[in-house]
Design a protein around this ligand. Structure first.
Ligand code: TNX
Length: 555
């Protein structure tokens, strides 16, 4: 088997000997690498109880030392030298802003990159070269139940020494966009649960968290009433009326969906925490369909001026905004503007899927307008149906199913970029097997293998038009973080490798062996993964369904 790293790196060359880290281990960093260096220092301190001083100097003194440096430029021949890569590959590799080099040899570990993200991903790789016991959480006697970021825990006792085999790793991602989507609308997750998810995602080099914040059943982000508020729309009713909603029909999930909403401060807290992990948050407000909760909160958006009743079934495709109502665009503009203002990332997701009761003419006119409104401050993303509309140049299309004609037209004539989220192969809400207690089955049931083995570049599309891959977790049947993690892991790890690793390095058998070795790490991170029977796991998770009563289970 190759080096024990997932996603598998572009190149890993075993070197002679080992590096021994102990309580004298220090970290030295160039200024730009401070964030990653301090992340690692804190990680080592908590996992080992060593002091691990981290300083911005470069004394070149003897080890054990972990040195964060700037990658040498390639052109002058002083390129990182690696037997597995020719000079051309090395040059391309090191032109990539997220690339890094990790050299473990003698008494030091060299962490080389040119960007904060590059150093940070190097640290995530280094984590996996260290013992799983450093992933401090449950194993050290402080169960978190998914409530607290696991890496905030501290080891019970000081560790003696850690030995790492000497190795050189050169790495860079295949795709720039590597995401997971959480559907907060059908069932809510709390801020600590979302932060925990971010911690785990970062360890597999995911760099996007897409939050599905509104749907028929609920509205999950507080919107303030603007002052002045000439439309008279009571935006604060969105979270007041729509916040408590969730999928709540027998047969959908083992227990009722969970309500709640994020204040704008909650949202900003998530965004800031994600930024510290080099993860960008993409907020989604789904329009013009999937809007029943908004129509329940704001009567004036309805053609007859009467508020819809909240609807907490799992049905889709029955609601629509009214293209003829002038308040529709006022509503969308205000919501987008407030969300854009608290979103430092470049993207705003405007939905656009399954508007089955919107006439084609109304759909095209609304989505064209909504995309233009979103594009005033961000690059818009929409589900692939929205490719029929007139989109601003360079918009992003998230492909989930159906006809590709309009998608290809937008890519080939309007500079659109693609995010691949095919139902079969990336949807994390689908069951593993039909007996599963939760999950849907409309797209395709399957385990990690089905998520590992597909080609993300569509026929007729250049690889450069594919931004990346996102795996969505829809939550009609998912209750809380443990059940979410059971559906997400290990399949999202397959997606992480598909999104990060070079096609030439991917191998299902090798992946399966590495995956089994991640079991203890996931357990220590308090991730209640699905113990896929085809994998020989080195540890088993606790039961994510333990809190469901047998009455619930029989439903
Ligand atoms: C389709 S995927 C939807 C969601 C559902 C999901 C369930 C997409 C853009 N729309 O509204 O939650 O199927 O798998």
């Amino acid at each position: 088997m190759s080096v024990q790293l997932t996603p598998v790196p572009l190149a890993a060359t075993p070197l002679n000997g080992t590096v021994v880290l102990d309580s004298a281990t220090r970290i030295e960093f160039v200024q730009d690498a401070q964030g990653a260096a301090e992340f690692l220092a804190e990680y080592l301190r908590r996992g080992t109880r060593w002091p691990v001083p981290a300083t911005a100097d470069n004394k070149q003194s003897s080890g054990p030392v972990i040195r964060f440096v700037v990658s040498e430029p390639v052109a002058d021949g002083s390129a990182p030298n690696n037997a597995m890569l020719d000079a051309g590959t090395t040059a391309t590799l090191f032109a990539h802003e997220e690339s890094y080099q990790l050299r473990v040899e003698g008494t030091e570990i060299l962490v080389a990159a040119t960007t904060a993200a590059g150093w940070f991903w190097a640290v995530q790789s280094l984590r996996q070269l260290l013992p799983a016991t450093l992933e401090t959480a449950v194993a050290l006697g402080e169960p978190t139940a998914g409530e607290t970021p696991a890496r905030k825990k501290t080891a019970a006792q000081s560790m003696a020494a850690v030995t790492i085999n000497a190795v050189e790793i050169l790495d860079a991602p295949r795709f720039a966009y590597r995401g997971i989507m959480l559907d907060l609308a059908r069932s809510f997750l709390t801020v600590p649960q979302i932060k925990h998810q971010l911690d785990v995602m970062a360890s597999f080099k995911f760099n996007v968290l897409h939050l599905h914040l509104s749907d028929d059943q609920a509205w999950r982000i507080h919107i303030n009433n603007p002052a002045p508020n000439p439309s008279g729309l009571d935006f604060e009713a969105l979270s007041r009326v729509g916040g408590p909603g969730a999928v709540n029909t027998p047969g959908w999930g083992l227990s009722p969906g969970i309500g709640g909403f994020l204040t704008q401060d909650d949202y900003s807290e998530i965004v800031a925490y994600a930024a510290g992990l080099h993860i960008v948050v993409v907020p989604e407000i789904d329009v013009p369909g999937h809007v029943n909760a908004a129509l329940a909160a704001l009567p004036a958006l309805n053609p007859d001026g009467v508020a819809k009743a909240m609807n907490t079934t799992g049905e889709v495709g029955y609601s629509t905004l009214d293209a003829q109502n002038p308040l529709t665009r006022v509503f969308v503009q205000e919501v987008f503007a407030q969300l854009a203002k608290i979103t430092p990332g470049p993207y705003l997701h405007i939905g656009g899927d399954e508007a089955h009761v919107t006439s084609k003419e109304d759909y095209l006119s609304m989505v064209t307008d909504f995309a233009a409104l979103g594009a005033e401050s961000k690059t818009v993303i929409g589900w692939n149906e929205y490719a029929q509309a007139q989109l601003p140049e360079g918009s992003v299309i998230q492909f989930w199913h159906g006809d590709q004609t309009e998608v290809l037209r937008q890519i080939n004539t309007n500079g659109a970029k693609l995010i691949m989220s095919p139902g079969a192969g990336s949807y994390l809400d689908q069951k593993y097997v039909s007996e599963d207690p939760i999950g849907l089955e409309w797209a395709a049931m399957g385990d990690w293998y089905a998520y590992y083995g597909w080609e993300p570049v569509l026929d007729g599309v250049a690889e450069s038009s594919v931004l990346g891959i996102e795996a969505p977790l829809w939550s009609e049947t998912v209750r809380g973080a443990d059940q979410a993690n059971w559906l997400i892991y290990p399949r999202a790890i397959a997606i992480a490798e598909l999104a990060w690793s070079a096609e030439s390095q991917r191998n299902a058998q090798d992946f399966a062996a590495r995956l089994g070795g991640l079991g203890q790490r996931l357990v220590n991170l308090d991730v209640t993964f699905h113990p896929s029977p085809s994998i020989s796991w080195n540890a088993q998770p606790r039961d994510p369904f333990a809190n469901e009563t047998s009455a619930n289970r029989e439903e």
